[in-house]
Design a protein around this ligand. Structure first.
Ligand SMILES: CCCCCCCCC/C=C/C(=O)SCCNC(=O)CCNC(=O)[C@H](O)C(C)(C)COP(=O)(O)OP(=O)(O)OC[C@H]1O[C@@H](n2cnc3c(N)ncnc32)[C@H](O)[C@@H]1OP(=O)(O)O
Ligand SMILES: NC(=O)C1=CN([C@@H]2O[C@H](COP(=O)(O)OP(=O)(O)OC[C@H]3O[C@@H](n4cnc5c(N)ncnc54)[C@H](OP(=O)(O)O)[C@@H]3O)[C@@H](O)[C@H]2O)C=CC1
Length: 284
């Protein structure tokens, strides 16, 4: 089990956490989760499996995926996994071809793979900029289009949830990621219309500060400020995002497409978030 992470919920927590959903809310569905070994993706994998879905967890590192699959199976759930870099289109296409040829297709895609490093924008190197854009915008698109092509080919309905970032105002220190996420939101809204005739829904979730192992890349000073980025004065959990995602993926989301569901404790209406720590100049 991937228990006791430095930040966020363990597999033991996720196996037992209360849920508002009925235990058959996703019965018989197949859900592919990119970044499924990360904090938010792992919570989504647990919740969807507990609601009856067969979950397919993907990510680059087998050491994050394998123990999760083992823990899910040990708890009686149906789970499999594959290593997959979403930036590599050939890998992505190969994954989706196998998923439909040998593994029963898919009904749901959740794109939780993503991330960035905190740095002042003025200091971004071309390589750093490209790594973040390629991961969060191109990688997400690779997964979305490859999934949709299969759904169109098999005349099968599909649902996509993209985990993004709140873009209503700046998130300082991660401008590359903000550019990519705004792109994903706009893309999702556009294809929600284009893909409605194929019965494919596309939505986004914009989390506020959610305690996960992804926080390792931020300084202690920046992390200490996260509870104060919203009027609830606390951070969220990966479970908060998993339940929002289940709401969009399950029948409760059947008439919802092209939406951004913000789960940030009201942060978008409140204040500022510095991922690099607040510079003295602004500290008035
Ligand atoms: C308002 C609402 C409230 C919202 C309140 C929100 C508050 C919380 C904010 C958000 C939190 C999260 O998203 S947390 C969860 C996300 N998880 C993460 O971010 C995990 C870390 N990120 C990643 O792994 C990323 O995927 C990513 C950086 C793109 C990894 O890409 P790669 O695998 O290609 O990484 P690398 O090979 O290591 O790096 C590629 C290049 O990137 C640059 N680079 C990488 N790390 C660097 C660093 N620390 N400083 C400078 N530059 C760096 C260098 O140029 C690297 O090349 P070289 O120079 O040659 O090495
Ligand atoms: N936690 C938070 O406060 C917030 C998170 N978000 C976003 O939510 C999403 C999930 O974050 P969270 O779970 O917290 O972070 P994590 O870092 O825990 O998880 C992200 C996962 O993405 C995977 N990943 C990264 N790059 C690739 C790639 N090229 N191909 C395949 N998988 C990849 C990583 O797995 P591996 O290393 O195995 O590749 C990692 O496990 C991210 O997009 C994040 O930016 C948004 C706002 C706030």
């Amino acid at each position: 089990m991937t228990d006791a992470p430095a930040f966020g919920l363990s597999d033991t927590d996720l196996a037992a956490h209360n849920t508002v959903f009925a235990s058959d809310a996703l019965k018989g569905r197949v859900a592919v989760i990119s970044g499924g070994g990360g904090g938010i993706g792992r919570a989504i994998a647990w919740l969807y499996a507990r609601l009856g879905a067969s979950v397919v967890v993907t990510g680059r590192k087998p050491e994050k995926i394998d123990p999760l699959i083992e823990a899910l199976r040990a708890a009686g759930h149906t789970a499999s996994g594959e290593t997959l870099d979403i930036r590599d289109r050939a890998q992505v296409d190969g994954f989706w071809a196998r998923q439909w040829a040998d593994k029963g297709g898919a009904d749901i895609l959740v794109n939780s793979a993503g991330g960035q490093f905190p740095q002042a924008a003025i200091d971004f190197s071309p390589k750093g900029w490209n790594a973040v854009i390629d991961t969060n915008l191109n990688g997400t698109w690779n997964m979305m289009q490859a999934a949709a092509l299969k759904w169109r080919e098999f005349e099968h309905p599909g649902s996509i949830v993209n985990i993004v970032v709140v873009t209503t105002h700046g998130l300082y220190g991660v401008a590359h990621s903000m550019a990519a996420r705004a792109g994903v939101i706009s893309l999702s809204q556009s294809v929600a219309v284009e893909w409605a005739p194929y019965n494919i829904r596309t939505n986004c979730i914009a989390p506020g500060a959610i305690e996960t192992e992804g926080w390792n890349v931020y300084s202690p000073a920046a992390r200490a400020a996260y509870p104060k980025t919203n009027p609830m004065m606390r951070v969220g959990t990966a479970w908060d995002i998993a339940e929002a995602s289940a709401f969009l993926s399950a029948a409760s989301g059947n008439f919802i497409t092209g939406e951004v569901l913000t789960v940030d404790g009201g942060g978008q209406h409140w204040g500022e978030t510095w991922t690099t720590g607040k510079p003295d100049y602004f500290d008035v």
